[in-house]
Design a protein around this ligand. Sequence first.
Ligand SMILES: Nc1ncnc2c1ncn2[C@@H]1O[C@H](COP(=O)(O)OP(=O)(O)OP(=O)(O)O)[C@@H](O)[C@H]1O
Length: 363
Amino acid sequence: MTRITLENLAHSYLPNPSKDDDWALKPMDMVWQDGGAYALLGSSGCGKSTLLNIISGLLVPSQGRILFGERDVTALPTLERNIAQVFQFPVVYDTMSVRDNLAFPLKNRGLPADQIAARVAEVAEMIGMSATLDRRARGLTADAKQKISLGRGMVRQDVNAILFDEPLTVIDPHMKWELRTQLKDLHRRFGHTMIYVTHDQTEALTFADQVVVMYDGRVVQAGTPQALFEAPEHTFVGYFIGSPGMNLLEARIEGATAHVAGARITLAQGYGPLDGRTQIGIRPEFLRLGTGDEGLPFTIRRIEDVGHHRIVRGQVDGTEVNVVVPESQPLPADADRVVPDPAHLHVYRDDWRVDPARRERAA
Ligand SMILES: Nc1ncnc2c1ncn2[C@@H]1O[C@H](COP(=O)(O)OP(=O)(O)OP(=O)(O)O)[C@@H](O)[C@H]1O
């Protein structure tokens, strides 16, 4: 297990990158703490695999350094990094039994037979394959083969880190939940540094203590699931995390007032002058329906009942806005306004959250 540090790391697949867009990974500094369970989350093409491949040694970065503990591993091949990897699709030896597949990484390290047997039994139990240990991998379903890959990734206890690249893509939905829970449990028991790449927020939020959100080659926020929900640092985080995501509305900010859609909203704190594009962001959970002249004008388009709450979909001045109404609350029939809770309202300038306290300190 180790701490992983990225120092001024960047990568371009082009020989002579010049403009911002030429970089698949824009320069970043980051520390992945020893024993942390991280999810690397973002939509397709944002650079997740590029970053993971740099950490694993499959790719040498165009710029910067990567350290395992104090050791610079930037130029080291994968084999010398002592990591385990689980990919999107199964990597198993078809002619070997499930047992031998699981034992393979341990045999390679020359572990005594009794220790191998004990560890293989433990991992087989975890992935639900104790009964199929003596079957050949050939002929098993893709699902079962991927479970073997997961088991192989987790079988060694002395690795620096375990890297998962969308490992549950081929697993059926019920098993997905079970395996995620198992992974989390394994993390608690053995404390490996784990990095789990996914574009699925549920996977990220249920697996990780820290979620690292990437957008367009950058890490836009790294934090607990709660921090990402409560204070998204970038509009992408607001939109990507949550179901539905954060509502964003064009606004003009004047001190502690936001001018939005011809109405005024009182903010919890005052802001200094803001140039660039300014928006307010509020999660659907922190809006309530109203009438009269409170809040913002709202036109309801449709109501979806999703069990424990309802999602009211509508528009504020032509922009789509969603409101989550708990089952316990009535839906006012004549609702034509939405009222934000100022404590959960954020201001964004050019997509980045403005922290009013920080601005005041800087001034
Ligand atoms: N081998 C390559 N050669 C050139 N460009 C590449 C290569 N691999 C990735 N890219 C580009 O780098 C950017 C980041 O890709 P990357 O695969 O890291 O994203 P990702 O977030 O992992 O996406 P996905 O979830 O679809 O795998 C994309 O614009 C992609 O087209």
